[in-house]
Ligand binder design. Structure first.
Ligand SMILES: Cc1cc2nc3c(=O)[nH]c(=O)nc-3n(C[C@H](O)[C@H](O)[C@H](O)COP(=O)(O)O)c2cc1C
Length: 346
């Protein structure tokens, strides 16, 4: 109930600063005496009817946190206390990189949306793997961690597969599943890797390395034409792609009202997320599910704010869902609210 007040205060800060301040606040709360217990009591919703086995993993609930929120795997302990069923770290690249110059994250509050052009700012695979190894040694948490992997900006597309392999080798021991990200709009040329031949190369090379059968999924853009979606559907029958994440942010500015379209023009390049993306990502999800059936699972991402939104994605064929922009607008009770709603539908 307090969150609307906190959000108003946070929204007076630049978005990236607000993100840092709120995560710092959660860490401080968790460090107080009984802080962890209080947070877990307040935010966790545990109910056996929400648990599910997918990708050979046991998810306590289907509500995950999308990639890009905890790029460097620095907040897993507090995110666990907020009740997430799983958290996807990254996008991780082989070498650390600074990303695009700030400002690179923008709010469009009247449509509960964000535009970002972060550009894969992250500490690089070695530092992130080290952090995860230390965490593994210190905690017995069963939080499921996905490793979302990408290529460095300076890597040519023809060599991109090598970057994906470097990330895979670095994170193999410390994540539960992988997501190949070829759909961020903020790394020049990256989305071209969604083309069939490039994907075939990346997945074949990764599967050659994958002696322990870690699930490797593919995250796609919501802006793909039907022919490209058909290619991906047929590729899932040729090479081992264990699931899809649908979808990443969109470049489509027509989803914005007039006022926000004007703002977006002033903002410039970047991927749009949040409420305007909901329907568009649903169409892609439905199309993919029609083509794939239940052969491989789909993790739905795009514009989820409420339990009803999450249920709609599950009804359209998703096995799990991920939130991101909704979390900024709705606050930390969001996971519990969604879980309670989903539980009541059972
Ligand atoms: C600031 C920001 C950074 C993001 N960074 C990544 C990223 O590094 N890798 C990735 O695969 N997706 C990234 N995403 C996309 C989200 O994971 C998610 O797929 C997308 O925002 C749609 O969901 P939403 O409408 O709930 O936000 C990012 C999104 C935002 C808003």
């Amino acid at each position: 109930m307090l969150y609307p007040i906190i959000r108003n205060a946070l929204f007076t800060l630049p978005p990236e600063t607000a993100h840092k301040v709120s995560m710092k606040g959660l860490h401080l709360a968790a460090a107080l005496p009984f802080g962890k217990e209080l947070l877990a009591n307040q935010f966790k919703y545990q109910h056996a009817d929400l648990s599910t086995n997918i990708l050979g993993l046991h998810f306590p609930n289907p509500v995950g946190l999308g990639a890009g929120f905890d790029k460097n795997a620095e907040h897993l302990e507090v995110l666990d206390l907020l009740g997430f069923g799983f958290v996807e770290i990254g996008t991780v690249t082989p070498k650390a990189q600074a990303g695009n110059p700030a400002p690179r994250l923008f709010r469009l509050p009247s449509q509960k949306a964000l535009i970002n052009r972060m550009g894969f700012n992250n500490d690089g695979v070695d530092a992130i793997a080290k952090r995860l190894t230390l965490r593994k040694e210190k905690t017995n948490s069963s939080l499921i961690i996905g490793g979302n992997i990408g290529k460095n900006k300076i890597t040519e597309n023809s060599d991109a597969w090598k970057d994906y392999c470097t990330n895979f080798k670095g994170l193999e021991e410390v994540v539960d599943y992988f997501v190949v990200n070829v759909s961020s709009p903020n790394t020049p040329g990256l989305r071209e890797l969604q083309e069939k031949e490039s994907l075939r190369k990346i997945f074949s090379e990764l599967q050659n390395l994958n002696k322990n059968n870690k699930p490797i999924l593919l995250k796609i853009a919501p802006d793909l034409e039907t022919a490209a979606l058909d290619d991906i559907i047929s590729l899932t029958q040729e090479v081992k792609i264990e699931g899809l994440v649908s979808s990443n942010t969109t470049l489509d500015r027509q989803l914005l009202n007039k006022d926000n379209a004007t703002k977006a023009t002033a903002i410039g390049a970047g991927g749009l997320s949040g409420q305007p993306l909901f329907e568009k990502s649903n169409h892609v999800l439905e199309y993919l599910h029609n083509g794939i059936g239940n052969r491989i699972p789909i993790i739905a991402s795009g514009g989820i704010f409420t339990g009803k939104d999450a249920q709609a994605k599950l009804n359209k064929g998703a096995s799990l869902i991920q939130i991101w922009t909704g979390f900024i607008y709705e606050g930390p009770s969001m996971v519990k609210n969604i879980c309670q709603y989903l539980s009541a539908q059972k």
